[in-house]
Design a protein around this ligand. Structure first.
Ligand code: ADP
Ligand code: MG
Ligand code: MG
Length: 196
């Protein structure tokens, strides 16, 4: 179970990993979207960091709910409500303390909530194409960070079916999905912060 310092380190590591890659995320979104994914995520995660001490005081499920609400409120665009739903559902489903199997189960439930919210599914070149393989890796003993990186790479040849990139049709092929990349950054940072 994470203590206050562990939760602070986890939340801060994840937020900074995304903020530090905001330009890259924006460039990916310039290729197949409206070029704001980095800006959107940065705005949301800076708001999370602004409340870092308050969030770290809370048990992880409550902290995740708080992070989710902040993302819904502060992130413009599709990714705000979707990442917000992911974090809030994770918070609702995660027992305290949670082992790896419990995390896998909670993440699977959170992914279902994102699918419902986004009217989307795996295979449509979105964040779901990273999140679902990560849940599978957690459940079957794989390396979540590695699964996330490979899954983000695997969105390059995909054709977007949801989100702004879907407006491009076949021209969305050949670029990594920005939300897949941000999900991979989040997973890699969380795995690094949680590894003993
Ligand atoms: P917007 O597209 O509204 O400008 P962002 O650029 O912040 O929002 O986020 C775009 C990312 O959100 C996409 O790269 C994709 O991963 C994700 N996304 C968009 N629509 C959906 C959806 N319906 N379901 C799942 N993920 C989605
Ligand atoms: Mg965008
Ligand atoms: Mg936008």
């Amino acid at each position: 179970m994470l203590d206050v310092d562990g939760r602070r380190a986890l939340i801060e590591t994840v937020a900074r990993a995304v903020i530090d890659h905001a330009d890259e995320l924006t460039q990916l979104d310039q290729a197949i979207g409206d070029g704001d994914h980095g800006i959107n995520m940065k705005r949301g995660l800076e708001a999370v960091l602004a409340d870092l001490d308050g969030l770290a005081q809370k048990p992880m499920p409550e902290a995740l709910k708080g992070i989710g609400m902040t993302l819904v409120m502060k992130v413009g665009g599709a990714s705000g409500p979707l990442y917000g739903t992911l974090a809030m559902t994770l918070g609702k489903e995660l027992p305290e303390p949670a082992d790896r199997a419990a995390l896998a189960k909670a993440l699977a439930a959170a992914i279902e909530a994102v699918k419902a919210r986004g009217k989307s599914d795996v295979g449509q070149k979105t964040m779901l194409d990273v999140l679902a393989p990560v849940a599978a890796a957690l459940a079957d003993g794989g390396d979540p960070a590695r699964a996330a990186a490979e899954a983000a790479e695997a969105t390059v040849p995909m054709r977007a079916v949801r989100g702004r990139a879907s407006f491009l049709g076949d021209r969305s092929i050949g670029h990594m999905d920005p939300g897949a990349r941000s999900s991979a950054l989040i997973v890699a940072a969380a795995a690094a912060a949680l590894s003993p």
